[in-house]
Design a protein around this ligand. Structure first.
Ligand code: ADP
Length: 476
């Protein structure tokens, strides 16, 4: 008997009387659970509930909200392994990564439990002797959060923790493929004593739920992580009621390896960035530009490391790369590889499916002799493919790296400080990993330039997204 998970609206767990959506284990393709399929009515009820809870939650002191967030954090910490296993089953990534993600996700709760106490205002000197200028920040109101399947825990807490710390209440829709981790986190928030209506979670028709929340003028903030395509729909819809929005969308991260780079560091950085979550993250290395003078040595070392990676069911010991999320994901990787090979790229390693049970597994793959017009150099592969190309000058590589509508993450490997600064300043990206393949952390601002989105998540920048600024002009 498959377990049916329930949804939380206004402090009540509901679900029995709805149609259901199957949640598949991507490693086995088995139905591992079901979630309710709700639509406009429940989406509106969730907003009623968040709206009702807003005045009480926003009137709590930051300390009181912080204490409840800390309690939530502690409950998640106690169950990190269990949540990690649940996440591996619904999402596929190896257990060491999912437990790592639970800790990373929990880092946002911990950080914002503190940061909520530091929402300071300003007193600005007035130009009139009989006036005073006060500036204060207030919670923006009800927040709608829509999250993707590639980080089933971190994308929830990166939004919910700063929203709650700021005094906002939340309606949340996790990705249809990975709702179970999200529901588990909300269950623990409920257990921690976060009052009813402060967090509401529903699953079901994405477009109906998105539309209902976009149209509702009581929702004052929309925060979304997902594709640029859906981000644009939501931005258009949110314009009707002029909501504040944060969008964390697609990326196409370049990696630049200069001739003075520590090649070992560069190879490890590329592997760290590329193969996390089997290449299914928006900051994964998508194209590698290596200085022509070190190409052979770099590829040689890269192949040696890539060969060591183990593909398989993420619940098993020693696995580095799990299954891709679904059939479309593996077909996309195959399409990118075959297009590149047809146009003259050279296969260095991989390039095949791996047959393990029913999952969609693909070998970690390296191709060289890649040119800028190949599909993999322009569209997000979202899979374990490393295309390598060469360059000869700094100006050339910056120009080629910037030649994309995206601007989320980029990576530079160099031991030369002047180059490091010039390249960091020249790249049109919100995140630069300078000799670093893993830049994400709760206290730093995560977000993109250009069509990679709007706003920042993490750090004090991340809480500003949930605040309104109020100016009080005082005559005395
Ligand atoms: P991905 O490529 O990561 O699946 P999507 O943008 O399709 O990216 O999905 C990210 C989130 O947006 C998921 O929770 C998904 O259910 C939701 N979503 C998809 N389409 C819409 C839509 N039209 N309106 C609102 N949310 C949507």
């Amino acid at each position: 008997m498959v377990k049916t998970y329930e949804l939380l609206i206004n402090g009540e767990w509901i679900g029995k009387r709805y149609d259901h959506i199957d949640v598949l284990n991507p490693a086995t393709q088995e139905v591992m659970a079901q979630v309710p399929k709700v639509g406009r009515v429940e989406a509106a009820k969730a907003v009623d509930s968040a709206h009702q809870a807003l005045s009480t939650w926003s009137s709590f002191t930051a300390q009181k909200r912080g204490k409840l967030l800390e309690k939530w954090h502690d409950l998640i910490e106690d169950e990190a392994e269990l949540i990690g296993k649940l996440m591996t089953k619904e999402q596929g990534k190896p257990l060491k990564e999912t437990i790592g993600e639970v800790n990373y996700a929990n880092g946002f709760i911990d950080w914002y439990a503190e940061e909520g106490k530091r929402i300071y205002g300003d007193i600005i000197p007035s130009s009139h002797p009989d006036k005073r200028i006060f500036v204060q920040h207030q919670p923006v109101g009800v927040v709608a959060a829509i999250t993707p399947w590639n980080f089933p825990a971190a994308m929830i807490t990166r939004k919910v923790a700063p929203a709650l710390a700021a005094g906002c209440t939340v309606v949340l829709k996790p990705a249809t493929q990975t709702p179970l981790t999200a529901i588990k986190l909300v269950e623990l928030a409920d257990k921690a004593g976060i009052p009813k209506g402060v967090i509401n979670i529903i699953t079901g028709s994405s477009s109906e739920i998105g539309k209902t929340w976009s149209e509702d003028s009581r929702v004052r903030k929309l925060t979304f992580t997902g594709s640029t395509e859906v981000g644009k729909i939501l931005m258009r819809d949110a314009a009707e009621t002029m909501k504040k929005i944060s969008l964390e969308l697609g990326g196409h991260a370049p990696v630049i390896v200069m001739d003075d780079a520590d090649i070992n560091k560069a190879v490890n950085g590329v592997i760290q960035s590329k193969f996390r979550n089997a290449g299914q993250t928006c900051i994964c290395a998508n194209r590698v530009y290596v200085h022509e003078s070190i190409e052979q040595e770099f590829i040689h070392q890269l192949n040696d490391e890539v060969k060591k990676l183990k593909v398989g069911n993420g619940l098993e010991e020693g696995i580095d790369i799990g299954p891709l999320i679904d059939r479309y994901a593996i077909e996309k990787v195959e399409h990118h590889v075959s297009d590149a090979l047809k146009q003259g790229a050279k296969l260095q390693f991989g390039g095949q499916r791996v047959e393990v049970g029913q999952g969609h597994y693909y070998q970690p793959t390296v191709i060289s002799n890649v040119t800028d017009d190949m599909i993999c150099m322009n569209e997000e592969t979202f899979g374990p493919l490393i295309p390598v190309t060469t360059f000869s000058s700094e100006d050339e590589v910056v120009q080629r790296a910037n030649h994309t509508p995206y601007g989320l993450a980029s990576y530079i490997f160099t031991e030369n400080i002047g180059r490091a600064i010039r390249l960091s300043e020249g790249l049109e990206y919100g995140i630069i990993g300078l000799n670093d393949g893993a830049p994400s952390t709760p206290q730093a601002p995560f977000g993109g330039f250009k069509e990679s989105g709007l706003g920042r998540e993490g750090g004090y920048y991340g809480i500003e997204e949930y605040l309104e600024t109020k100016y009080i002009s005082v005559g005395i």
